[in-house]
Design a protein around this ligand. Structure first.
Ligand code: HEC
Ligand code: HEC
Length: 329
């Protein structure tokens, strides 16, 4: 308990530091920026982590809010959405930032915050963000003027690859691993990719394609490095745009947002939650429909889901407490 309180104070200070950082440091670090922390010596062995505790994770998440948003739906493109991302994937990536294995892109911004987390903290904070609902953006439907995809809408190029791949070029359907609506597969740590900011997705795909970074030996990294090496720049852009608009069908989001606030599912995610089921949902026509404008504003994250509760006490009794405390000061 007292440990928790001490931690709380420390976190508040960190969160404040993160806010200050997020607000001053608006420009992304250029690719060539020297990473001052040279390859670290192997991290000291930590106590093995067990299933994350989302409640403890919620406290830790205050530190992440300045960049990733309170619920993991960052408002700025340069910070990836981590809402709805799986616990295992989050914990794994945090371990890689810490070890220096993931050092490309904007990893230098993330590293100090990863360094502060134990392996168990990483599981806890991952468990918390896993309970949050990811928002989505809008896919680009500009018609392509020339080149191999002339006449198609930009996102359609991505949609086609995402759903069917290109067997002739050895490109598998992204959907096979990341799911028709981009929700990923927590068991093997295939990440949630739906609704992600396109610029971040594009950067990640370029990193995979170039095989840059220190991760070349990593099995999971290698899966994507192989696939991305077959993609053209145009295809990467189109995939990133399609995936930004990708989200579960609106009905699902409403259902997910309304009844269960965050309290219910503290039970650990079972890694074997029917891993193979997803690709078979392919027929469901509603899946993976890109948000072409109209659908987007729905449950689009960042607190939109809250109003129903706040508005509820509307009956009769409301005025008293509300007027007193709210007073708009
Ligand atoms: C100062 C801003 C900042 C803060 C605070 C911050 N992050 Fe990050 N985070 C980033 C940036 C930037 C990236 C993208 C790094 C890259 O380009 O690879 C990132 C990436 C990540 C990723 C990888 C996402 C993916 O899809 O692969 C995870 C997971 C993550 N952060 C978790 C956290 C957690 C948990 C916290 C709080 C303990 C946190 N971050 C605090 C800036 C921040
Ligand atoms: C065989 C399974 C598999 C297939 C097929 C696959 N991926 Fe992945 N994807 C992965 C894994 C595993 C990772 C995590 C890589 C890592 O941890 O370094 C990943 C990571 C990613 C990421 C980074 C997510 C993040 O948050 O940083 C993106 C973007 C992505 N994949 C897009 C795609 C696209 C686009 C396709 C289709 C062209 C595709 N993937 C096909 C397994 C797959």
């Amino acid at each position: 308990m007292s440990h928790a309180r001490v931690l709380g104070i420390g976190l508040a200070a960190l969160a404040a530091a993160a806010v200050a950082y997020a607000q001053t440091e608006v420009t992304p670090i250029p690719d060539a920026a020297p990473v001052e922390t040279a390859p670290l010596e192997p991290a000291a062995p930590e106590a093995p982590a067990t299933w994350g505790d989302p409640q403890n994770g919620q406290a830790l998440a205050a530190t992440c809010a300045a960049c990733h948003g309170v619920d993991g739906n960052s408002q700025l493109d340069m910070y990836p959405r981590i809402a709805g991302q799986s616990e295992i994937y989050i914990a794994d990536q945090i371990a890689r930032f810490k070890s220096g294995e993931r050092s490309d892109g904007m990893a230098a911004i993330m590293k100090p915050f990863a360094d502060m987390l134990s392996a168990q903290d990483a599981r806890d904070v991952g468990a918390w963000f896993a309970t949050q609902t990811s928002g989505a953006g809008v896919a680009d439907d500009t018609v392509i003027a020339s080149g191999p995809y002339e006449g198609m809408r930009f996102y359609e190029v991505g949609e086609q690859l995402y759903r069917s791949g290109d067997p002739a070029r050895g490109i598998p359907a992204c959907m096979a691993c990341h799911g028709p609506a981009g929700t990923g597969n927590p068991g093997p740590a295939y990440p949630h990719v739906g609704g992600q900011h396109a610029s971040y997705t594009q950067q990640r795909l370029e990193i995979f394609r170039n095989g840059t970074g220190a991760e070349r030996d990593n099995d999971l990294f290698q899966i994507m490095a192989n696939i991305a090496s077959r993609l053209t720049e145009e295809e990467i852009g189109a995939l990133a745009s399609y995936m930004e608009g990708l989200h579960p069908a609106a009905d699902d989001l409403v259902a997910a947002a309304a009844p269960v606030p965050a309290a219910a599912p503290t039970a650990p995610v079972t890694p074997d939650a029917d891993p193979v089921a997803e690709p078979s949902t392919v027929e469901s026509p509603a899946d993976g429909v890109p948000a072409d404008g109209a659908a987007a504003p729905d449950a689009d994250a960042s607190g939109e889901a809250a109003p129903p509760e706040a508005g509820e006490p509307a009956e009769d009794a409301p005025a008293e407490a509300d007027a007193g405390t709210a007073e708009l000061g």
